[in-house]
Every structure is written in structure tokens, then in C-alpha cells.
Ligand binder design. Structure first.
Ligand code: TXE
Length: 483
């Protein structure tokens, strides 16, 4: 049985409580590892180690901080096969996806922020007459908390810790208890990458225990969180009176707007990917497909025909395109939404039930059929709440204005995709969509320098590029006379 440990002050440590949590493989439903059930005592030890390491790390030249990140990235590359297998086993995603997306992007995150810190400049302001110079000194904050979810475990874990460390902060990270393995593997290589003891700490455990203790710790000056909107709201309430910096990347209910003049084949194949990739467990997935009236039947039938050909398989099989959902509770949550949709009169065009096990090994795994629903109004909970599984709904519109109104009829505002071959319409529609991200005739095309995040219930703040480095620093404005 694999036993994970916390990394605190450069040492791999067991939970002070002596309590452990089972970790289940989604494809089989079997326990395959156990992790520390850490609590406030473990968080306290990690924060103290981080505080002790901060003076030296924050004054380490940025070139050395960048070199540590680059060495870490090289270690991810060196161990990529083991990381790919571990990510797939822990999350239920196909190995092909972990190989194509998760692990290469984790390496890229580390390398990208090594470069970003080498180019992160600050400003000076010289008023007319040049009697004074005002310069902005961007200083690391101190000890910061990084809390990450289970859908893209190492990808989103490194997306937070890399800019935090690059900027000169010391980190206490709390990965999801549902998918802790690759964060633990990475923590084993921190010393080899050159990070001094205490600069980077990982405390495993439950959100409302270890996570809550991290969020409310008075010496943790900033929290970068990705996860559910409800949890994000809870963290905001917890920290409101503590005036901590907060970066909240939360849920989404992303529309795909399909105009009749779209590139039909491209729109179909990309919408299948944007709907069902990672079993629909990506905050950027499209879950509301809005189709112009005169194209509705043709698009619907083509989408359903493709979705029916997606057969959930054993994630460890290289040919598998769709794996298992991350946990039994999550699988049941998704099935609950489908049952509710049926009760409300939805027409199930395909799927709508658990998928049969792909083989004996996976007999007790959490597999679901890709599901497409139609016939529900925009106000229906199925079209308003984040399901976060392989479930999409189809709605129709008859005008550009109606498409925009439908797309914006949501408490969320993370991402949107727009399909039209009329460029001016594309720009016009994109500018009216309430979202942090808009893709036109493509999906999930990423440039790590761009601001990443959402509006409304999709979160507060932006990650990515210099946005992340500005979040993880505090600017001080200094003024000096020039005479
Ligand atoms: O998220 P949680 P979960 C959405 C998706 C999903 C829902 C819940 O709809 O169904 O969120 O998923 C830690 N103080 N997204 O349960 O609970 C927790 O341990 C501090 C969208 O995974 O928000 C984990 O490390 N930390 C999202 C992390 O928060 C707490 C991706 C996320 O857990 C805590 C994942 C607390 N009180 C889910 N409670 C996206 N935007 O990509 C929990 N945590």
C-alpha cells in the first residue's frame, strides 16, 4: 500500500494525529494508497517552517529561484512516465490525457514561471519637472497558501506554487485529498531541485480540516484557491476580516454558441472535445450548447452520433478516450442531476446512465455514458448549476441578441466558445459575453501569459503570467527627490 507523507521543513513527515485517509482508484473503486489526515498542528508546523525559511528565500536572487524551478521541471520530465501513470490511476483520467495534457503542462508551468520572474519588471513614475522619482518595489508577501482541486491535479497544483515560489514567497500547499499522489511525488524532488528546507511545504488532508486550518492561519498572508464556488465563498467569508489576498478560481457553466454560419465539422469535433474531455471535469468545459434555430437539428444529430461513439474504457489502456469519474460521490452527484433532468421532462438524446465496466479489473469503477439532454429551459437547475461531468444540454436561439442573453443567463462567467465564420460578429458577440475567457472557433487554446479567471460566481482575480506574479507580490510605492 502506497503511503504518502507531508513535506514539512524539508522532512517527509507523518500526521501528528497519527490518522490517515484511504485514497481510492476511480477505475476500480479499490483503495490503493493512504494519505495523512493532517490537522491544524501539521499546518502550524508547516507555516513555522515556511516563516523560518522566508528571509533567506525572499532575498535569494531571482535567477537562483528560476533555476530551482527549471531543475524541478527537468525532474518532472525525467519522471514523466511514472507521473502519467500515477495521475491516471489517481484521477481516473485516460493515460493518453495525462500524457498529452496534465504532465507536460505541469512541467511547462514550472519552466514558464522561471522565465516570467526573469522578465517581471516594475514601474517608475517621474512627474513633470522631474523633481521627484516614484518607483514601485514589488516585494514577496511571505507565507502563502496554495489549495488545488482534483480535476487536473499536478497541472493546477504547479500553476499556483510556481509563481508563488518564483516571486520569493514560501509556500504551504494543500492538494486535493481526492488526488494527492502527483503532488506528493513532486514534493519528493523539491530538495533535489535546490529548494531549501521550509521554502516549499505540502500538507495533505481534508478540506474542512487541513484546508480550513491553512485558510484561517493568521501568518498565511495570501490564499490561492481553485475549486467549487461554494468552497470559494466559504474561504472568502473565513478570511474577510483577516484582509488576506485571495485568488479564487471557481466553477463554470460555460456556453458554446453555435451560429448557423459556423465551420460545421470543426464546430462538431471541437464541441465533442470541449464537452467530454477529462470526463467533463474541467472548469473550462462547455456544458450549455446554444444552437441557432436553422442549424439545430443537423448539429444536434451530428453531435449525438459522435457522442454515442465515445465508449468509456480502462484509463490505463492507451486507446481509452474517456475514463472514470473521480469518485463515487461525484459520480452519484452527476447521476442525480440526470435523474432531476428526466423528472423535469428532459429528452435524453444519448447516455443518461452509468456505463458498463470496460473489463473485470474495472468492475467497480465510476464510469458514465456521455450524456446529451434537450428540452430544458434556461432557468432549469440543469442549465444553471455546475454538474462537472460528461453531461451537456442543448438549447436553441433565433437571433444574435437571444444567443447573448442565453449565454449570459448564468451566475457563472468563466469561459465561452463562439462559432461563426463572420469575424465582425465573432468580435461583437465575444465583447458582450460575461466571461473571463472567450474562444472563437477553437477551445482550450492557451497562452500562459494571458489573464486566466472568471467573473460573477466563477471567481475573483486572475492567474497567469504577470497577473500571477502581481498577485504573489505586494507593491510599495517609494518617492525620492531628484535634487
Ligand atoms: O471542490 P472543493 P471539489 C467544482 C465542481 C465540483 C465542485 C466540488 O463543480 O463538483 O467544485 O469539487 C479544499 N477550506 N470544481 O469537492 O471542495 C479541498 O480539500 C480550505 C471546479 O473538489 O472546492 C480541495 O483541495 N480548503 C474546480 C480544494 O479545496 C478547502 C475544480 C477543492 O475542493 C475547504 C474542481 C475549506 N473549507 C471542482 N473545503 C475548477 N474551477 O476547476 C475544501 N477545500
Amino acid at each position: 500500500m502506497m503511503e504518502l507523507q507531508n513535506l514539512i521543513g524539508g522532512e517527509m513527515t507523518n500526521p501528528q494525529s497519527g490518522q490517515w485517509l484511504d485514497n481510492v482508484e476511480p477505475a476500480t473503486g479499490q483503495v490503493f494508497s493512504r494519505i495523512p489526515r493532517s490537522d491544524a498542528a501539521d499546518i502550524e508546523a508547516a507555516v513555522e517552517a515556511a516563516r523560518a525559511a522566508f528571509p533567506k528565500w525572499s532575498s535569494t536572487p531571482f535567477e537562483e529561484r528560476a533555476a530551482c524551478l527549471r531543475r524541478w521541471g527537468a525532474l518532472v520530465a525525467k519522471h514523466s512516465e511514472a507521473l502519467i501513470a500515477a495521475e491516471s490511476q489517481d484521477n481516473g483520467k485516460p493515460v493518453s490525457l495525462a500524457q498529452a495534457v496534465d504532465i507536460p503542462r505541469a512541467q511547462k508551468n514550472l519552466e514558464f514561471f522561471a522565465g516570467a520572474i526573469e522578465h517581471f519588471a516594475s514601474e517608475a513614475h517621474i512627474p513633470g519637472g522631474a523633481e521627484f522619482i516614484h518607483y514601485t518595489h514589488r516585494k514577496p508577501i511571505g507565507v502563502v497558501g496554495c489549495i488545488s482541486p482534483w480535476n487536473l491535479p499536478l497541472y493546477l497544483f504547479t500553476w499556483k506554487i510556481a509563481p508563488a515560489l518564483a516571486a520569493g514567497n514560501c509556500v504551504v500547499a494543500k492538494p486535493s485529498e481526492v488526488t494527492p499522489v502527483t503532488a506528493w511525488m513532486l514534493s519528493n524532488w523539491a530538495a533535489e531541485a535546490g529548494f531549501p528546507a521550509g521554502v516549499f511545504n505540502v500538507v495533505h488532508g481534508l478540506g474542512h480540516e487541513a484546508g480550513q486550518a491553512l485558510v484561517e492561519h493568521p501568518k498565511v498572508k495570501a490564499i490561492s484557491f481553485t475549486g467549487g464556488t461554494q468552497t470559494g465563498a466559504h474561504i472568502a467569508r473565513t478570511t474577510a476580516g483577516m484582509f488576506k489576498k485571495l485568488s479564487l478560481e471557481l466553477g463554470g457553466k460555460n456556453p458554446a454558441i453555435i451560429f448557423a454560419d459556423c465551420d460545421f465539422e470543426n464546430a462538431i469535433s471541437t464541441t465533442i472535445r470541449s464537452s467530454f474531455a477529462n470526463q467533463g471535469q474541467i472548469c473550462l468545459c462547455s456544458s450549455r450548447i446554444l444552437i441557432e434555430d436553422r442549424l439545430y437539428e443537423a448539429f444536434r444529430d451530428a453531435l449525438v452520433a459522435k457522442a454515442k461513439r465515445i465508449i468509456p474504457g480502462d484509463p490505463s489502456d492507451n486507446t481509452t478516450k474517456m475514463g472514470a469519474l473521480v469518485s463515487a460521490p461525484h459520480r452519484d452527484k452527476v447521476l442525480g442531476y440526470i435523474a432531476s433532468a428526466k423528472e423535469q421532462g428532459a429528452n435524453v438524446l444519448c447516455g443518461g446512465a452509468p456505463a458498463s465496466a470496460p473489463n473485470e479489473r474495472c468492475a467497480s469503477g465510476y464510469f458514465m455514458q456521455p450524456t446529451i439532454l434537450e428540452g430544458l429551459g434556461s432557468e432549469c437547475n440543469i442549465n444553471q448549476e455546475e454538474i462537472f461531468g460528461p453531461v451537456i444540454t442543448l438549447q436553441r436561439f433565433s437571433s444574435e441578441a437571444e444567443a447573448i442573453a442565453l449565454a449570459n443567463d448564468s451566475d457563472y462567467g468563466l469561459a465561452a466558445t463562439i462559432w461563426t465564420q463572420d469575424a465582425s460578429k465573432a468580435h461583437r458577440v465575444a465583447s458582450q459575453i460575461e466571461s473571463g475567457i472567450a474562444w472563437i472557433n477553437c477551445w482550450l487554446v492557451r497562452d500562459l501569459r494571458t489573464p486566466f479567471g472568471g467573473v460573477k460566481s466563477s471567481g475573483v482575480g486572475r492567474e497567469g503570467g504577470f497577473e500571477a506574479l502581481r498577485f504573489f507580490t505586494e507593491p510599495q510605492s517609494v518617492c525620492i527627490p531628484t535634487h
